[in-house]
Each structure stands twice: as C-alpha cells, then as structure tokens.
Ligand binder design. Structure first.
Ligand SMILES: [Zn+2]
Length: 250
C-alpha cells in the first residue's frame, strides 16, 4: 500500500510541476511546444490508464456480483432466521441493484461511449442503451422492446456498388447454429455469437452534406471534431423516427 501511495504521489508531483507553469510568462516557442507535447502525452497516458482501470473495476464488480448471487440463498436464509428470532416484522429481501455502474466503453477504433452497466440485458430500460459484460468484455446494447435487443459495435461504411458490398451488413438468421461460423458472409451479432470477430458494415449516407461516410469507425474521432449535431440533424431525425417505429415491432 505504501509503494502504491509513493507511486501515486510521484505521478501527482509530475502533474503538479507541469500545471503550475505559468504560460503567460513563457514566450519561447520551443518551450511552449515542449510543454504542449508533455501535456498531451500525460493526458493520453492517463486516458489510457483510466480506461484500463475502469475495465478492471467493471470486471471485478461483475465477478463480485456473480459470487454474491451464489451465496445469496445462504445470506437470505441467515437473515430470515435472524429476523424470526429477534423481530416480528417480515424479513426484508436483499434487493439486487438493476445496474452496477457508469463506465466508458471502447466500442472499437477508440470510440469511447459513456454507458451504464447492467447485470443483464433484461435490466436495460426499453428504448435505451446500456451495457453488459459478455465473455469478460463490456458490450453496448440497445433495447428496442420487451424481447428485442441489438448490439452496438464499431462499423465500416462503404459504397454500395453491387450485391457483394452487402457482405456483413445483413444479420445472419441462423441463430447460433450457423454452419459457416466465422466465415459466414452475414453479420454475426456478438449478442448471439459472443466469440464473433465480424465487423458490421453499412452503406454510406446521403443525409449528411459532405460527410457521406459518417459512421465509419476509423474516421469517427475526426468526424466528431468537424461535424456539429445541426449538420447531422437529418440523419438524427431519420434514426429517431426509424427507432421509434422499430420499437413497435415485436
Ligand atoms: Zn451465419
């Protein structure tokens, strides 16, 4: 614990040294550039470590929640016995929280989505996003209705020239028993195939002026810098309308 304290203190000291610098008093371009480089480097390292820590926290909480579930009957039994012996009131049930925590999730290509983690997908409110742990990894899910869910993972956006461009766009309908496995030309949703390595593909859109490839995951962080919500409003309206209607399908 002492070693940990020392290490944290070292990191804090480095950050303090940098943040106490008064930029108003630095006129030398080389020094300013150096300071900028150091700041960016530290932010990048901290961002990375923060994501790692969040992932670790998530996995630990999920494992703990699993273990608590295992001993829950014993705990409830013990509590019941205690209540019967010492009180006339009805024993209280231990309520399992429907969500565990808020977490930043990388859905692919460094696209970070702040999400709420739920113990299971059935706890996600209808017409809402949430995340669950699957195979030890967080997965962002959208719940359309009582029984309908889709996963949200990074996508590639392509031109649509011919039928072969449809590769990995349409979802595979061979629920779990697909004979083609990873080689299937249809998209295997990780919600159905947790082991899948498929990357979903969609077609370019004409709904955002000058940004037809919006949604192409490797470009997203760049698009985010140049695109405003206002510019993407047509697509936003289309998505909201379609989602509303999709939610009505059972
Ligand atoms: Zn398939």
């Amino acid at each position: 614990m002492d070693t940990l304290q020392t290490k944290i203190s070292d990191i804090t000291n480095v950050i303090k040294t940098i943040t106490t610098k008064n930029v108003d008093n630095i006129d030398d371009c080389k020094q300013l550039k150096c300071l900028l480089h150091m700041t960016e480097r530290i932010i990048s390292i901290l961002d990375n470590e923060l994501t790692n820590l969040s992932q670790l926290k998530l996995k630990t909480m999920s494992k703990l929640s699993e273990k608590v579930q295992e001993i829950k009957p014993i705990l409830e039994h013990a509590e019941q016995q205690f209540m019967i012996k010492y009180s006339n009131s009805q024993p209280k049930l231990i309520k399992q929280p429907t969500f565990v925590n808020k977490i930043d999730i990388d859905i692919g290509n460094g696209i970070i989505i702040p999400s709420q983690l739920f113990a299971k997908k059935e706890n996600i409110p209808i017409m809402s996003y949430g995340s669950i742990i699957q195979n030890g990894r967080p997965l962002v899910v959208f719940r359309y209705s009582q029984n309908n869910y889709v996963s949200c993972t990074a996508s590639q956006i392509s031109d649509f020239n011919n039928i072969t461009d449809n590769f990995r766009t349409i979802c595979c309908v061979n629920n779990q028993n697909c004979e083609y496995g990873q080689n299937c030309k249809y998209f295997h949703d990780p919600l159905v195939w947790p082991e899948t390595n498929h990357i979903q593909k969609f077609m370019k859109t004409s709904m955002i002026k000058k940004c037809a490839y919006f949604g192409h995951a490797p470009f997203f962080n760049e698009h985010k810098k140049i695109l405003t919500f206002e510019q993407a409003k047509t697509l936003a309206r289309y998505c909201a309308y379609m989602m509303l209607l999709l939610g009505q399908l059972c």
